[in-house]
Structure formats: C-alpha cells, structure tokens
Design a protein around this ligand. Structure first.
Ligand SMILES: Cc1ncc(COP(=O)(O)O)c(C=O)c1O
Length: 400
C-alpha cells in the first residue's frame, strides 16, 4: 500500500471517531491507575481477582527471574520447554482435571491454534456470532466452512445441527464461557445437551477462568459440566490470573494432536520461565483464596443494586463485565471523557469491536465499596442526555 493511501485512511479513521491510540498509564494497588500524574479509579482492567497487586505473585516472579531466568531461549520443541513450563502445565492439569495442556504466548495464539487444528478439513464450524476476534479472524481466510449462529441462541444452533445431521455434515462448535463485551455466561450444560461426542465443543473461557466455578475452574465447572465433556478448553493468564500468555487443555490425544499441528506452538518462542513460575503461584492463589471470588461477587452485587436504584440502563450480566450501552460513538467517547473529569477511568468500546458503542465496566475484587459508589454517582452525574437505556445488544462479528 502506498504511504499517501495510508495517510488518507488514517485521516478518515480520525474523522469517523474510530481512531485508536495507546494511553500510557500506570496501574496501582487498590484498583487505581495513574495517567499523566493524575489518579483515577480503574474500571477498565481485567484483573478480576485483584491478583495483579498480590505481593506473593510479585515475589514469585522476582524469585523466578533469579532462579529460572527471563528467557526461554527457543520454541518449546527446541530449547524453550524447561522445568518451569512442565511444572506450570502439571499445576494446570491438577487444577482443571485435564490430562494435558499446551502453553502459548497469548490467548489469541491459543485460540487460533485450537481452531486451526480441531476444525477438520471437512468440518463445518458453528460459532457464536459474538465470539472473540481471535476466533473470528480465521474465518476470513476463505479456507473454512463456517456458520455463525445468533448470540447465545441455542434454538438456532439446534436447527443448524439438525440440518447438518440431515446432510451428514461433520460439525465442530465453538463459543465463549463468558462473553468479553457483554459479560453473559454460556450455559455449557444446555449447549452440550445438543451435542454428541462426534460433534465436539471448543470453549474459550478467557473471562471465566479464575472467576467462576469451584476453585475458579471456570464457567463450565459453574454449570456442573465435566471438563472431559469439552474437546478442548482455551483460557489465558492475562485476566483473572494476572499474568500473560494462554493455554489449551484437554485429553492427552487432543493436546498431542495440536502439539504436532500447531504452527503457533511449533514456530514461536516459549513463554518466559520466570512468568511460568509466577503463573504457578497465581494458580495456587486462585484455587485457595476463595475470598477474592466472594469479594468480587459482593462488588458485582453492589454495583448492580446501586445502578438499578439510580435508574442506569444496565444489562442482565451477573459477571464482572457490566456493559452500559450508548447511542453512538461520540456519546460513548464524551461520557468516558466526562467520567475522567470525575476521577473514573472507564474506556469507551466502539465498533467494529462491538456492534454498539458502550462503556465496558470491569469490576475487580480490589475495588472498595466507596469506589463502586463513586462510579455509580459519576455515571449518573455525567450521563449524556442521549444515553440509551437498553438491556440487549445487536449481533455482530468482531469482539475484542
Ligand atoms: C474472549 C477472549 N478470548 C481470547 C482473548 C485473547 O487473549 P490474550 O489477550 O491472552 O491474547 C481475549 C483477550 O482479549 C478474550 O477476551
């Protein structure tokens, strides 16, 4: 592409209010964030359990930097798989009750590896329309047969399954445990009731891991589902587990198949050993510190109660992700800017990431009652006149 064309594209992007830019911020303990010397309460992070500020986790990373080092020095099948990787994998297997896991440098890579390997050449992929970009992106390659079913619409999914059975079409289904922009939870038990072992389910539980189910095993566990009912589980370390990277979990054979196939695994530098050690500590804290999930649940309950009392339009989500929909991009951006004036950091999420602009409130166990009261009060005081009180969203195709 010519540079002049790139410049025109960027200018148009700015005009449409769709220009994206990093903001340099420093996240601080106590649900806070500093930007250009000013302090804000942070309602845009994904540190659901408050582990990002946990002293034992930081200590584990510092210790491991000395004992295991920063660099894995290679891809996992060359020199990159070290004791730290093996022990983190064993800890994940023990926690989730799976036979094997594969570690990836990001959840994005893990999702791409999962779908690339497990959608066979003749399989039809059925995907919830709201699934994350890391799953949607593969579909545009033109090499895959897929259908997106309306968000969480199990009746529509059942109809697609019936049609594919009638035409002897093999099928793989993929969805998210907790949807990243709406916060709604998939009823895994109900979804699995539509499937048979020859029609496997692939689950992205990036926003469910650590937060839902016994010991925070995830959204599937919260619905009483056995992990063996999923063909493959994807989750990441970048949200409740307060680190970075992702993993795939499943039976020995399924994971071994992905190991043999996945270019994302074979041709990429393995995770830092120090990070793996830290993530082992994170898993341990997550399993044993139930108070973090209890505190998060209290914070979600308090926010919803105050928001309802204040007449704010909130969705039905009962998770840490609480979207507030806006009429358009400008109103979302204006609301977010006004909230900053009130000391609240709450990012506006706009199309094409979501079908409708919104403020995506992300609650954490590290928020105090006072901070949540401050959030609701500020939302009410800065609400644009055009703010929309809707509780549902419009289907789209590209989620963050
Ligand atoms: C649902 C979902 N899946 C996958 C990812 C990608 O994970 P990572 O950030 O570890 O690459 C994200 C993160 O934004 C996500 O929200």
């Amino acid at each position: 592409m010519q540079t002049a064309e790139i410049q025109r594209w960027l200018a148009a992007r700015r005009e449409q209010g769709l220009y994206r830019q990093e903001q340099q911020v420093q996240t601080l303990p106590g649900g806070l964030l500093r930007c250009h010397g000013e302090l804000f309460v942070n309602f845009s992070g994904n540190d659901y359990l408050g582990l990002a500020e946990a002293a034992p986790l930081r200590q584990a990373l510092a210790d491991a930097a000395r004992t295991d080092g920063l660099a894995s020095t290679g891809s996992p099948l060359i020199t990159g798989y070290q004791p730290a990787h093996a022990e983190l994998s064993a800890a994940l297997c023990d926690w989730l009750g799976v036979e094997d896991v594969l570690l990836f440098s990001s959840g994005f890579a893990a999702n791409q590896a999962m779908l690339s390997a497990l959608q066979g050449p003749d399989d039809l992929l059925l995907l919830d329309k709201y699934c994350h970009a890391s799953m949607q992106d593969l579909l545009t390659s033109g090499q895959r047969v897929f259908k997106r079913y309306p968000h969480q619409d199990l009746t529509a999914l059942a109809a697609l399954l019936q049609r594919s059975a009638a035409s002897n079409q093999s099928v793989v289904v993929a969805t998210e445990g907790v949807f990243s922009m709406d916060g709604d939870v998939t009823d895994c038990a109900a979804l699995l009731a539509l499937l048979t072992p020859d029609r496997p389910l692939l689950l992205d539980d990036a926003h469910g891991i650590g937060v839902l189910g016994p010991e925070g095993r995830g959204s599937w566990a919260a619905h009483g589902v056995q992990v063996s009912a999923l063909q493959c589980l994807m989750a990441n370390f970048g949200k409740a587990l307060a680190g970075q990277g992702g993993f795939l979990a499943g039976s020995r054979d399924v994971i071994d198949f992905i190991r043999q196939q996945s270019r994302h695994y074979i041709y990429s530098t393995a995770l830092s050993p120090a990070l793996c050690r830290a993530m082992q500590t994170s898993v341990l804290l997550c399993r044993t510190e139930q108070w973090r999930r209890d505190q998060l649940a209290d914070n979600i309950g308090l926010f919803r109660q105050l928001a309802r009392q204040a007449g704010l339009g909130i969705s039905a989500s009962t998770t840490a992700i609480q979207p507030v929909l806006c009429t358009d991009n400008a109103s979302a951006m204006g609301w977010s800017a006004a909230l900053k004036q009130a000391g609240i950091w709450l990012h506006a999420i706009r199309p094409p990431t979501v079908p409708q602009a919104r403020l995506r409130i992300s609650l954490s166990a590290s928020h105090s009652e006072l901070q949540i009261r401050q959030l609701v009060q500020a939302l009410v005081q800065t609400q644009p006149a055009t703010a929309q009180h809707r509780t549902t969203t419009i289907p789209e195709n590209c989620r963050e």
